[in-house]
Design a protein around this ligand. Sequence first.
Ligand SMILES: [Zn+2]
Ligand SMILES: [Zn+2]
Length: 362
Amino acid sequence: MSKDYYAILGIDKNASPEEIKKAFRKKAHEYHPDKGGDAEKFKEVNEANQVLGNPEKKKQYDQFGSAFQNGQAGGGFGAGAGGFSGFQNTGDFNMNFEDLGDMFGGFGDIFGFNGGRQSSHQKNRGRDLEMPITLDFLEAAHGLEKELIFNKNVICAHCQGNGAEPGSKIDTCKTCRGSGQVTRLQRTILGNIQAQTTCPDCGGEGKIYSKKCSVCRGSGIHNEQVKIKVKIPAGINDGESIRLSGQGEAGPQGSPAGDLYLRLRLRANQKFRRQNYDVYTEETISVSQAILGDKIDVETVNGLVKLKIPAGTQAGTVFKLRGKGISRLHNNGLGDQFTKIIVKIPTKLDKKQKQLLAELNL
Ligand SMILES: [Zn+2]
Ligand SMILES: [Zn+2]
């Protein structure tokens, strides 16, 4: 399920950061629940702003949004709800405090949608991980499945994440009396507000275990080597990243896992250079091929193609091979290849060749 964040904010894909900000403010005012607006829409507008208002996320969204939707990059992507396309982990909807504070006069925290659960929930989320991945030029052009092996915090299998030694005695948490929630008073410009937050002592479980898990010592998580398979979509380029939702570290006490970001690096290729989805190459031909014309084989990322060299082709001429470049993400066709012709001028001629050339007087 991919959302069109541009449509949600009612803006064009080419909108400037200023226009995005303006559109967000307008819509947020319109839908703000305190002003009788639609809370769901308000949430959506916020979500859209969080992605489009953040250059990094916006780039990823523009790049991968529909790629994930059309299944081009299925498989290992997006273990969490919405996968890559959404940036919306419904569970950890993230209010943009900065913009809201600015808008409504600066109350520090947000309350409402999820009660106070939101802020503590955020803190308890597992850490995001970042991993550099280096690919060969052609691997990136064609896409591939890659197995990643790395260490991360995972939910402890011995205690299943609750931190208690299996079979040990369980008591009700005294701090929250078993509710898992504590109420704290918060001062805001709108007056004092009672906010519910997760109990710090039991982590929201409402229970205290008499014996901590012998494997994870009560944390509910432990570090382990994991193997995951990811599909790298064809067309990915140097410097781009892939977000694998929920593939980061497990959070404490069963809170949601963080995300895993793969930062892509491409090794240089001797034959091909790349700009966006277009490929640049050079081919060398002889003087007589340049003068008389010929048909030559040209290497492309998808194999050899025939190129007609017209008679009288000048050195440095660039031929465009339409659709012979790199597959665009979004399943959006292929880039082009631009092949520059180098004419090889012979340096060693025998006496007869020299004589003939002199007679031709080219
Ligand atoms: Zn408690
Ligand atoms: Zn454990």
